[in-house]
Design a protein around this ligand. Structure first.
Ligand code: BEZ
Length: 222
């Protein structure tokens, strides 16, 4: 039986799990940080190896943003420890600096709806898809993405989303298509025209559009 689908803003449930580094209580492991929990179909698989190596090289970027990475794969902690040597070798990593949850019984994969019914292992059991959960320090789900097993994720995009989430939670802006840190932002539609000068001292450009409506308001990143 699968768990209830989690929506943005939901409390991310706590859990205990075995990892390559030992047993964790997820909330205790997070402490006051954010977390990115990302899942994998299985150990010793090619795309997963590239993903875990990429995150290994990006650990300082995640930590700079106050986000602790944790992976999940449907094999045992012992299997993870062996696989980590391959990941380090492939990614030319001196060390492997984040835990991998051992979900060999698929308990968390079921609880968090991570199973991909179209991708089966040799025994006909559904594999875990590539889920991404970004959870804030209050343990609220801030973002979820699901990729199929056959498509590796773009971790530059995931860092970009974290930058947007962390900016837009304190400033009255939203980030436009293909935004990157430091780029122009859009003033939130809820901001009243009379509040614009105080909130955006660096100026706002309103783009004219055929409707005559003044909703495309661009401002330098606050
Ligand atoms: C992989 O990581 O390469 C992979 C795993 C399961 C299905 C397809 C690809």
């Amino acid at each position: 039986m699968s768990g209830k689908a989690l929506n943005i803003g939901d409390q991310f449930p706590n859990f205990e799990a075995e990892t390559n580094e030992g047993k964790i209580d997820f909330y205790d492991w997070m402490g006051d940080s954010w977390a990115i929990l990302f899942s994998h179909p299985a150990d010793y698989t090619p795309v997963c190896t590239t993903e875990l190596a990429r995150v290994g090289s990006l650990v300082p970027e995640f930590l700079k943003r106050g986000v602790k990475p944790i992976a999940l794969s449907c094999d045992t902690a012992q299997s993870h420890r062996g696989w980590i040597e391959d990941i380090k070798s492939f990614g030319k990593l001196g060390s492997f600096d984040y835990p991998i949850i051992a979900d060999d019984k698929r308990e968390l994969a079921l609880k968090f709806n991570m199973l991909d019914k179209d991708e089966l292992n040799a025994d006909g059991i559904p594999l875990t898809c590539r889920a991404v959960f970004i959870i804030d320090e209050k343990k609220k789900l801030r973002l979820s993405i699901l990729y199929p097993a056959t498509t590796g994720r773009n971790f530059d995009e995931i860092l970009r989303v974290i930058d947007s989430l962390q900016l837009t939670q304190t400033k009255s802006v939203a980030t436009p298509a293909d935004w990157k840190k430091g780029g122009n932002c859009m003033v939130l539609p809820t901001v009243k025209p009379e509040d614009v000068p105080k909130l955006f001292p660096n100026g706002v450009e309103t783009v004219e559009v055929p409707s005559g409506k003044s909703y495309l308001r661009i401002t330098p990143q606050p």
